[in-house]
Design a protein around this ligand. Structure first.
Ligand SMILES: Nc1ncnc2c1ncn2[C@@H]1O[C@H](COP(=O)(O)OP(=O)(O)OP(=O)(O)O)[C@@H](O)[C@H]1O
Ligand SMILES: [Mg+2]
Length: 338
């Protein structure tokens, strides 16, 4: 649905040239919820704004539904943009217009006949759960309600793609959850392709199918959210994953461990997360184990188990226990004694 080919964006400033996007290649499939994460300044907004050509790429191509946007003229681009909705962290609603008028505005801008506007806006407000707020003004709405207006407005012209720039960053955790649920519902109901940028890995874990991690304008790692959570490669990716999954053993516990033991962190993927691999291991390997921590996270529908245990045994016994786990698709890390 979206192909970014060698996308490059430089900004000219009075202090020289700044690279916002550095030769990015991405392919986002139809109906997918695709996340882009990275710290401030990584180039997330720059990439997103190139997808609808709010920013003109310095070089490279942007294909949306097979059409090369960089090759379109003014009018072609105006029409193409109507099929790409966008929502923002700070909503950008028109304060002097009611909820109804804010959404209707997007339809009027696309030359929709007045007769069709009434029913379309009513349908959209119903979809986002704001039917009772149609005559309110933005100042009378909560942040979550404002974002719902933003979503209704973005969906007005039946887009194929919805771009979300930090759409939940200004919201509290409960309101964030309700907006994420709404985006998930829209994705399923309308088959809409969603590109979502965020600095919160929790949002990616909740909602996205695939994710790209950006640093210094580049995509440094990309893949299915499950793969990235189960097996992050780049240090920055690990840092983001740890912000959601990491568990640190309390200092008090470390002090009580046997100095000659090893502490293993074991990740169980897929079905292994729900199987009795540990008890089988203990029966077969001869090691002594002391379980320090265990939990199962669900990423999408798939389980990812984390286990931390202290093991005691000969070096051969411990090595063969680690091999036993790796053979069963577990990811094993030996944690140094603190
Ligand atoms: N209009 C602009 N003029 C000059 N430089 C810009 C402009 N927009 C972005 N940049 C620069 O491009 C780089 C990427 O910025 P961008 O806004 O895409 O990052 P981001 O990942 O969205 O950050 P944040 O999380 O803070 O929103 C930064 O170095 C930024 O200073
Ligand atoms: Mg940004």
């Amino acid at each position: 649905m979206i192909k970014l080919i060698n996308l490059h964006k430089q900004y000219k400033t009075n202090k020289g040239t700044v690279t916002g996007v550095d030769h990015v290649n991405l392919h986002i499939a139809k109906g997918e919820i695709f996340g882009i994460v990275g710290y401030s300044g990584a180039g997330k907004s720059s990439v997103l704004r190139c997808i609808n050509l709010l920013e003109k790429p310095t070089s490279g191509k942007v294909l949306v539904n097979g059409v090369d946007l960089t090759a379109l003229g003014k009018n072609g681009l105006r029409l193409a943009r109507q099929k790409i909705g966008m929502i923002f962290q700070h909503f950008y609603l028109i304060g002097s217009k009611t909820v109804f008028e804010n959404v209707a505005f997007a339809l009027e801008a696309a030359d929709t006949p007045q007769s069709a506007i009434q029913s379309k806006v009513t349908e959209l407000l119903q979809l986002v759960g704001l039917a009772d707020k149609r005559d309110s003004y933005p100042a009378q709405l909560s942040g979550g309600q404002k974002q719902r207006v933003g979503i209704a407005r973005a969906l007005a012209n039946n887009p194929q793609v919805l771009l979300c720039d930090e759409a939940t960053s200004a919201l509290d955790p409960t309101t964030t959850q309700s907006i994420l649920s709404l985006l998930r519902e829209i994705n399923r109901k309308l088959g809409l392709t969603i590109v979502l940028i965020t600095h919160e890995m929790e949002v990616v874990k909740e909602l996205c199918h695939r994710v790209a991690i950006m640093q210094d304008g580049k995509v440094i790692e990309a893949g299915s959210v499950y793969e990235i959570f189960a097996n992050p490669v780049q240090p920055l990716t690990k840092e983001f994953i740890n912000s959601v999954l990491e568990f640190k053993l309390p200092m008090k516990l470390w002090e009580k461990l046997n100095p000659s033991s090893k502490v293993l962190k074991i990740l169980f993927r897929d079905d292994a997360a729900e199987q009795a691999i540990i008890s089988d291991l203990l029966k077969k390997s001869g090691i002594q184990a002391n379980i320090l921590h265990g939990k199962i996270d669900y990423i999408g529908e798939k389980p990812l188990g984390t286990f931390i245990m202290e093991v005691t045994g000969t070096n051969e016994e411990v090595d063969s226990a680690i091999r036993y786990l790796i053979d069963r698709s577990c990811i094993v890390e030996v944690i140094e004694h603190a």
